[in-house]
Each structure stands twice: as structure tokens, then as C-alpha cells.
Ligand binder design. Structure first.
Ligand SMILES: NC(=O)c1ccc[n+]([C@@H]2O[C@H](COP(=O)([O-])OP(=O)(O)OC[C@H]3O[C@@H](n4cnc5c(N)ncnc54)[C@H](OP(=O)(O)O)[C@@H]3O)[C@@H](O)[C@H]2O)c1
Length: 334
């Protein structure tokens, strides 16, 4: 039980789901505070049938707060979250700013809960495209040691926050009406298009989003030897990221064994019946806290290769659900 919890970025795409989850899962806390920028300060949020006024995030707003769950842009997290730690709060952060710092725990509760329990400072939640992939890799890695991964993502517009979905809707309407629309969250039109760049150019022709999948996966699995090549693509789907994941393991893993490993791992659900046209899709996974796997097959191009399709709600397990699960873990072990 926590006395007092603050949700930072409570008005955003992720923050809104965090509120829903805290309410639905009856998170054990006595007092809640909801924070956002000066733009939303003074607006009202409904939580557990009560009206709460959104307060402005400042460096001195953390007095008396025991737990902070934050989902803001990186620069906001960098500026304000150290003040929360200084004020004595536990901090769970969705942003990318702290994740790879050596003293920061990067946590998926099904995989490395101890990292959260032993954390001295900020606990980061991984990038959404990493979380679903690492959940799928973990049982394979434990059983047969993952050596190499080639992953291609098909990422939803909600991954770019509330503005991402506003752009998808308004851009699609404009496109159908033969009008122009000025996109704010994307550098190119996303309606009726696919954009093979998420994040900025980072290194060796890869983007920042792609390199997050490399470094974050190694950190969470505690194995720097895993070779990963990612291509991240934004597609005109409003919610749920999809991924084609091709894995090379130390010994061959048959599709039947993989199905068993996935089915027995917490948070994973196998939906796989190609003959009957049954597999996970964004439209069927939207709103679920599970990560779904289908199209499981032997990679016919490699003796130790396995290929599958993985879909997860990026706002839920890719962000809010993961953060709330970490918070529940901390509450349970207080
Ligand atoms: N969307 C995803 O699928 C996803 C998945 C994993 C991680 N993340 C990460 O989670 C974070 C939030 O993403 P989002 O998709 O929820 O974005 P979003 O919809 O744009 O929401 C951003 C939130 O941050 C607040 N904020 C922005 N600038 C602020 C400032 N200067 N001071 C205080 N609050 C400020 C906004 O408040 P206002 O309403 O006042 O503007 C809003 O509540 C990002 O770091 C993102 O990379 C997102």
C-alpha cells in the first residue's frame, strides 16, 4: 500500500490508460495526484467516480508523494524526475531518457522483477516495441539460447502519442476528400502510407527506435551477446504494434516446442491456426494486456531458425500495463 501516488503526464495517450488501470485494478493507494503541463493544468479528470483537477508539474510538487508513475516526453522526464527521487519517491518512468543509464533498472515484471525490487533510483519501463519482443524472446532464450534476431515492426500511430492518432484520423479524412493536411507527429503523410523511419538517425543507418530494440533487449535479458537487427515502420493503424520476429537459437526449436514455451509464459497468448485464418491482428488485440503470438513456423532458410508474428497493445503492455505491474510489484513488497 502506498499513501500517495502521482501520475505525471496523466492527460496523455499512456497516462489515460494508466488511470484506467489504477482504477480497474484497484491499485492500493490512499491519495492520487494527477500532473501534466501548464497546457492542461486546471482541467478535470474523472477517477473512481470523483473529479480531480490536473495540476502543473513543477520540481517542488513531489513533497509527500511516495510513488510517481510518469509518461511524458524525454526532456520533461529528464528535467523533473530527479526532483521526485530527491523528494524520496519511487519513480517508474515510461520515457526513453533514463533507460540505458547503468544505475537505472529497466523492467518487464514477467522477466526481471528483481531489478525493480532492488532499484535505488528510477525504474524505467522499456520502449513499446521492445517489451513485446523481449516477452516472446525470454522463454526461447531460457530454453535454447537466442543468438540472433531479425525483427521488422509495423507500428501504430498511437505510439506517437495522442497527436499520432489525431494525425491518422484527420490525414485520412483529408486524403479521401482530396485535401491536404499538415501532419504534426509525422514527417510524412501516414494516411494510406507506410513510413520506414521511427525516431532519428542513430548509427550505421539504423534509427533511434531500432537501436532501442537492440540495447534494451540486451539489458533486460542480461545478455550482451545477442545479435539483433531491427527495421521499424509506422503504418496507418491506430493502436497495437505488430512485429515479424525471426530468431536463430543455439539448437533447433520446433514450432510445437515454441508453441508450448510461449503458451506457458506469463503474459503471452498463442493464437495460431493459419489454415482457418486465425492469427493475432491489431483489431483483435486492441485493449488487451496480453501479448499475442501467431504464424509460428520453422524458418526454412536456416536450420536453427524460427519465425513468428507478435502483436501487442502498445499503450497497454507496451506502456501503461507494464508500468502499473511494476507499481503493483513495489506495493506488494513494501
Ligand atoms: N504511446 C506509446 O505507445 C508509448 C509506449 C511506450 C512508451 N511511451 C513513452 O511514454 C511517454 C508519453 O507518451 P504518450 O504517447 O502518452 O504521449 P502524449 O499522448 O503526447 O502525452 C504526453 C503527456 O506528457 C505531458 N507533458 C508534455 N510536456 C510536458 C511538460 N513540459 N510538463 C509536464 N507534462 C508534460 C502531456 O501533458 P499536456 O496534456 O499538458 O500536454 C501529456 O500528459 C513518452 O516518453 C513516450 O515515448 C509511449
Amino acid at each position: 500500500m502506498f499513501e500517495s501516488v502521482a501520475v505525471v503526464g496523466a492527460t496523455g495517450a499512456v497516462g489515460t490508460i494508466i488511470l484506467k488501470l489504477l482504477e480497474q485494478r484497484d491499485f492500493p493507494a490512499k491519495q492520487f495526484t494527477f500532473l501534466a503541463s501548464a497546457r492542461s493544468a486546471g482541467s478535470t479528470l474523472k477517477f473512481k467516480d470523483e473529479d480531480y483537477t490536473v495540476k502543473e508539474l513543477t520540481k517542488d510538487c513531489f513533497a509527500g508523494i511516495e510513488l510517481v508513475i510518469a509518461s511524458t516526453p524525454d526532456d520533461t522526464a529528464a528535467e523533473f524526475l530527479p526532483a521526485a527521487i530527491q523528494a524520496g519517491a519511487k519513480v517508474i518512468d515510461e520515457s526513453g531518457y533514463f533507460r540505458m543509464k547503468p544505475d537505472v533498472a529497466l523492467v518487464v515484471p514477467e522477466i526481471n522483477p528483481d531489478a525493480a525490487l532492488n532499484a535505488k533510483g528510477i525504474i524505467s519501463s522499456p520502449n513499446c516495441s521492445t517489451t513485446q519482443m523481449v516477452l516472446a524472446l525470454k522463454p526461447l532464450h531460457d530454453a535454447a539460447t537466442v543468438k540472433r534476431v531479425v525483427v521488422s515492426t509495423y507500428q501504430a500511430t498511437s505510439g506517437a502519442g495522442l497527436q499520432g492518432n489525431r494525425d491518422l484520423e484527420a490525414g485520412s479524412r483529408a486524403h479521401l476528400a482530396g485535401e491536404t493536411y499538415e501532419y504534426k507527429a509525422f514527417a510524412h503523410p501516414i494516411a494510406f502510407n507506410a513510413i520506414p523511419q521511427i525516431g532519428s538517425h542513430k548509427e550505421a543507418g539504423y534509427t533511434s527506435e531500432e537501436m532501442k530494440m537492440v540495447y534494451e533487449t540486451r539489458k533486460i535479458l542480461g545478455d550482451d551477446s545477442i545479435q539483433i537487427s531491427a527495421t521499424c515502420v509506422r503504418i496507418p493503424v491506430s493502436n497495437c504494434h505488430s512485429e515479424v520476429i525471426m530468431v536463430e537459437t543455439e539448437r533447433p526449436v520446433s514450432p510445437e516446442e515454441a508453441r508450448d514455451l510461449f503458451s506457458n509464459f506469463p503474459g503471452l497468448t498463442v493464437v495460431d491456426d493459419l489454415g482457418n485464418g486465425v492469427y493475432p491482428m491489431p483489431s483483435t488485440c486492441d485493449g488487451s494486456d496480453e501479448t499475442f503470438i501467431g504464424r509460428i513456423r520453422k524458418d526454412i532458410s536456416h536450420p536453427n531458425g524460427l519465425t513468428f508474428w507478435c502483436v501487442s497493445d502498445n499503450l497497454r503492455k507496451g506502456a501503461a500495463t507494464n508500468a502499473v505491474q511494476i507499481a503493483e510489484l513495489l506495493a506488494k513488497h513494501r
